[in-house]
Design a protein. Structure first.
Length: 210
């Protein structure tokens, strides 16, 4: 018989990186004084945002700004690279006051797969390994991914979020898996928006018990 090894706490439909998986690295990025874009990058693995603070001066949190952690996590988690539009997120501010965005994130070991709507995602592991899906989303989180030859109105909605467990349900425990990036499979979270399927997954060894 073959026993598949999943990290403790990870179920077949769990779309997040389990707490038992160790980060490859962690980083802290501080962006201030007129720099409108903050860049998060993972050379290896994928991003998981851990904390976000928008501050006035050194210690004070800026008034009238609610916690943006979940908004930034929705935009960046599971990607290898993510650019945060600070002005778009927090609005303009008094140039005489030093304000800055302080973001801490980790890079977790995973493969980042992107498949444009209408195409087929092919997840693949080497012999002796099986797929473990950490996260999947069928929607749109930026204006650049899967944007070639698409009209502007089809790529403007970057809040088209549709986290799904269907990829994990279909692919976990297999050495390879094909799944169509389509509304017929995942539903249509944003009518009129051209979408794509993002998957963050890892290849884990399995144990064979004869």
């Amino acid at each position: 018989t073959v026993t598949f090894f999943f990290p403790p706490g990870l179920t077949r439909a769990d779309p997040v990186v389990p707490s038992t998986v160790t980060a490859i690295s962690t980083a802290r990025v501080i962006t201030c004084d007129g720099h409108n874009i903050q860049h998060l990058r993972c050379e290896d693995g994928v991003i998981t945002v851990e904390s976000v603070v928008y501050k006035c001066g050194i210690t004070e949190k800026c008034p009238h700004h609610y916690d943006k952690l979940e908004v930034i996590k929705d935009s960046c988690d599971g990607k290898k690279m993510c650019d945060i539009d600070i002005v778009g997120l927090f609005g303009t501010h008094d140039p005489n006051i030093c304000k800055y965005l302080d973001t801490t994130y980790a890079c977790f070991p995973a493969i980042h797969s992107v498949t444009c709507e209408g195409s087929v995602a092919n997840l693949q592991c080497d012999e002796g390994q099986v797929i473990v899906v950490y996260w999947a989303d069928f929607g749109r989180r930026d204006t650049t991914t899967c944007s070639d030859h698409r009209p502007k109105h089809e790529i403007q909605n970057v809040q088209c979020l549709n986290p799904t467990t269907k990829v994990a349900d279909s692919c976990n425990g297999k050495s390879s898996c094909a799944i169509e990036a389509s509304c017929s499979v995942f539903g249509d979270p944003c009518v009129g928006t051209y979408k794509y399927l993002e998957v963050a997954y890892d290849c884990q060894s399995y144990l064979t018990d004869f």
